[in-house]
Design a protein around this ligand. Structure first.
Ligand SMILES: NC(=O)c1ccc[n+]([C@@H]2O[C@H](COP(=O)([O-])OP(=O)(O)OC[C@H]3O[C@@H](n4cnc5c(N)ncnc54)[C@H](OP(=O)(O)O)[C@@H]3O)[C@@H](O)[C@H]2O)c1
Length: 287
């Protein structure tokens, strides 16, 4: 058995990881919420690693409020950079591999073809800059790391676009959704399987990877698909906008090229539209 620490256990991705774990019987998950393990506390991390005999760590803990981060720069960097530094240092001193989750928002979105793992980074908002700083600490401090960048996460857990659209549709609210960005909506349940596959592999192909669902969509396309799957498209007043004001600027294009993770870990590509359908089937219609 391999002891796997999962940080940020109350978050959306961590809950998907917990759900996916039954397919990985060789992994014993240690789910640590912020209350159990605050990753800003290096002594607590070191104690936790030793007490639980941790063999590998998956870091899902993060400051994820993209708009709020513009006015809470210190808090965003405290979690996404300084705390990641503490975690990376602790893993390195215990010779534990670290699987660290990062974001498509490390890119500026000026490309028009999928981002490769080797493409230059250039975040355009505070959240992206804080996540990039975290990546840099991981690379600097750990020799055994997997940085997995992902995009537009949604699932049945936590706060996300998918749940917000369903909430408004159920309440009969009109929806005006932006067409300004192109990305890949990614079912966090698929990412969870990918992360556990890496943890289970024993691979030493350390480095930066991308994982998203396949295909591209605007937030409007995604909203339309959610409503279509929930059977509420005809009954919802859904409109497009190309000027949706937010505090944080977002990359206009953030499709990720996932070639490396498919090749190295035998992970099967899944189109975002298919995965959305699966989520509805598995949850017996999320209305
Ligand atoms: N959501 C997306 O669309 C998206 C897109 C690309 C990449 N990502 C990345 O994917 C990962 C998972 O995101 P998610 O959607 O699961 O986010 P989430 O639902 O916001 O979960 C993050 C969790 O981290 C916890 N946390 C925050 N500060 C902590 C600390 N100091 N110590 C321990 N735990 C702490 C939070 O705890 P509290 O509940 O107490 O705040 C929360 O439970 C993150 O690295 C994120 O940057 C997300």
């Amino acid at each position: 058995m391999k002891n796997v620490l999962v940080t940020g256990a109350n978050g959306q991705l961590a809950r998907c990881i917990e759900k996916a774990a039954s397919a990985f019987p060789e992994l014993a998950l240690h789910m640590a919420s912020r209350e159990i393990l605050d990753i800003e506390d290096q002594d607590a991390i070191l104690n936790y690693l030793r007490e639980h005999g941790i063999d590998i760590c998956i870091n899902t803990a993060a400051y994820t409020a993209v708009d709020k981060a513009e006015s809470e720069k210190e808090q965003a960097f405290a979690v996404n950079a300084s705390a990641v530094k503490a975690l990376a240092g602790s893993c390195a001193s215990n010779n534990i591999p670290l699987i660290h989750v990062s974001t498509d928002y490390v890119f500026d979105g000026t490309k028009t073809s999928p981002y490769q793992v080797t493409d230059p980074v250039n975040p355009i908002n505070v959240y992206g800059a804080s996540k990039l700083a975290g990546e840099q600490y991981v690379q600097e401090l750990c020799s055994r790391y997997f940085i997995v960048r992902t995009s537009w996460l949604y699932s049945e857990y936590g706060h996300n676009f998918f749940k917000t659209i369903l909430k408004h549709a159920n309440a009969g609210n009109p929806l005006t959704i932006t067409t300004e960005q192109l990305g890949s909506p990614t079912n966090a349940n698929d990412l969870a399987v990918a992360l556990l596959t890496i943890a289970n592999s024993g691979s030493n192909a350390y480095g930066v990877y991308h994982f998203s669902n396949e295909g591209e969509a605007t937030w409007y396309d995604f909203a339309e698909a959610i409503l279509e799957e929930s059977g509420q498209l005809a009954s919802t007043d859904l409109a497009k906008t190309d000027h949706y004001r937010t505090f944080a600027e977002r990359p206009a294009y953030s499709i990720l090229d996932n070639t490396e993770i498919y090749g190295e870990f035998g992970i099967t590509p899944i189109h975002w539209r298919e995965s959305l359908k699966t989520l509805f089937v598995e949850n017996n219609n999320h209305k």
